[in-house]
Write a protein that binds this ligand. Sequence first.
Ligand code: SER
Length: 523
Amino acid sequence: MEQLTSSQLREKWKSFWMSKNHAYLPEASLIADKESTALFNVAGMQQLIPYLAGKEHPLGHRLFNIQKCVRTVDIDEVGDTFHLTFFDMMGNWSLWEYFKEEAIQWSYEFLVNELWFDSRKLAVTVFEGNSDAPRDEVAAAAWQKAGIPAERISFLPEKHNWWSPGPVWPCGPDTEIFYWVWNSEFPPEGSNVKDDEDNWMEIWNNVFMEFYRDEKWVFTKLSQHNVDTGMWFERMCRVLQNKASIYETDLFAPFISLLEKTTNLSYTWNERKFRIVADHLRTVFMLINDWLTPSNVGAGYVLRMIIRRCYYNLLLLRKLNESELSSFVNDSFISFKWLRDFDEERIKKVLLNEISQFEKTIHKWEWILEDLLKNSKKLSWEQIFMLYDTYGFPLEITKEIAAERGVELDLEWYQKALEDAKEKSRQSTKAMFQKSADWSKYLEGIPATEFVWYDNLNFEWSKLLKEIEADDGQRVLIFDKTPFYPEMWWQNWDKWEIILDDGRCVHIINVQKVAWVILHFVG
Ligand code: SER
């Protein structure tokens, strides 16, 4: 395989799809529009949702682009060799045009003929089937025809090979393409993703979107079939440049050198912290560039958390004084210059202002920890959970502080509690949607909830339209306007408090959209 720079990869992507008569789809903003239930642009297909459902696209039926995306679902994994919160996604789409055979054939052709991938290092997964859709023999046969042997094709369940941008929306089975990343040159005979997942890295996903799940969890076949693909640009650069992680590619190398120079520390001994600062700072630049500001709600809240985590990890490497910090931010712009045109002055102002506010919070945290550790050198999982849930301490920060002070953490139970909480939230989202036929009986005569874009969670301007006590005792409030986004699978709400006109204080534990109405579940 030839080594390619990141800009050569971009060029190859463009010329390949243009040669297949695809039109270039202009990139969407990272900040999802106000009607959307997502906080960020999480995939190339997000702007195409109405067109995947049948609306005629002005650019035609074959499209491609490179789309900036932010996903925070794996934020705790950032620091390893390939997870990122901001990434560029290369995508091609067929809207009621070509389908599985052609999409698979072209994916193979791009990898093997254009990028000179060794096909012996490729493996794929396809959908094994369930009661909604059949086992994807068509995709498996297309892969074999293209050149992937049967032993490298794994049939996997919905959890792995079904893709949807959220609980409601177009969806379908997918086929994922993996590259061999273990240190032996070639995978051993018989190795495939199903049995040897850790040694294969996913590089490209082809989704065959031909279904739609609506607010009532009703599943229907779309009037047209579509192909929606997404390839992680950074992961491809890692493979093409033959690096052990994406942070060693030409995308991050200038920033990593800058951080070494600024902190006077070596990347090799501080990989995880360097990577977190690098990933998070890039995401922060991109989000503020797209006009997001830190706040206590929705996307702004996520931005605030990313800035905090970034700054805290920088602090653990070295405390910079005001002027050092200011020139570090300037130099960071230069090291990421290739990424996009940054509005540098504005980004810097927003970022440094947020950091100075965060400095005050750090003092408060230290004080809280001091108190918890008065009588013990160990934090129980309940205390760690409370630090996270009530005071917003990212686990990472608790870990770093604990390591510095020789405090023991009961992490095994903490992880379990967190997984349980996540699973419960996933299940309850699903159950709630399944029950939404029941919710609709409460919604008669209620107008569509207006979503408002406040900087604070302020309900002063909202009118409580209805208070429901459901059959299972769950209380739900409906307002005419709300600053809350409905929950998505990858963006769970923290708990929020609101004071109602009659003086009652309620905690919002979940926010869901059913039909046109936003429901606030209170605890
Ligand atoms: N939408 C799919 C994904 O994000 C394919 O692009 O993985």
